[in-house]
Design a protein around this ligand. Sequence first.
Ligand code: SF4
Length: 167
Amino acid sequence: MFNIITKEGYDYGFDPSKCAACEGKCCTGESGFIWLTLAEMEAIASFLKIEIEDFKSRYLRKIRYRYSLKERQVGESFECIFFDTESKNCSIYPVRPSQCATFPFWDYFKNHIDEVVEECQVSYYPSNNRFLPSFASGCMRPEAGHTSDASGDQDRRSACRRQCDTL
Ligand code: SF4
């Protein structure tokens, strides 16, 4: 039995029960950004039972006037500081930023379904009652091709939670 989540205005849905098989590939890969509001910072700090300033210094990096979660480099790849490499899950899932919670229903993807297909194996076409091709083949993780970012000098992936600055 599928548990397909859909959203008005989007030509796809997804089945979150399939995320376990994916092992968090939308939290890893190329370097990227997870932007946070002050309210999200406070919620995560509270969840971790630490002071907000401690949270900022340990887990955030400032990019111009905004804050993004830090990331770890693993070989030639990167992963979010809160990605649990053993369980392959988000370690702050109940208070994850809205950027993560709303994935893959971002306005950008309405006209870039191909990038959702490439990144998220749980994508699903409710209109014709079938999964997108990537469900059968699993996450493929091709590089999405965006090259613009906040600092202007590094490539960023686009089709994952850890978004490029142009979305
Ligand atoms: S905060 Fe977002 S990108 Fe980081 S591990 Fe959690 S869901 Fe993944």
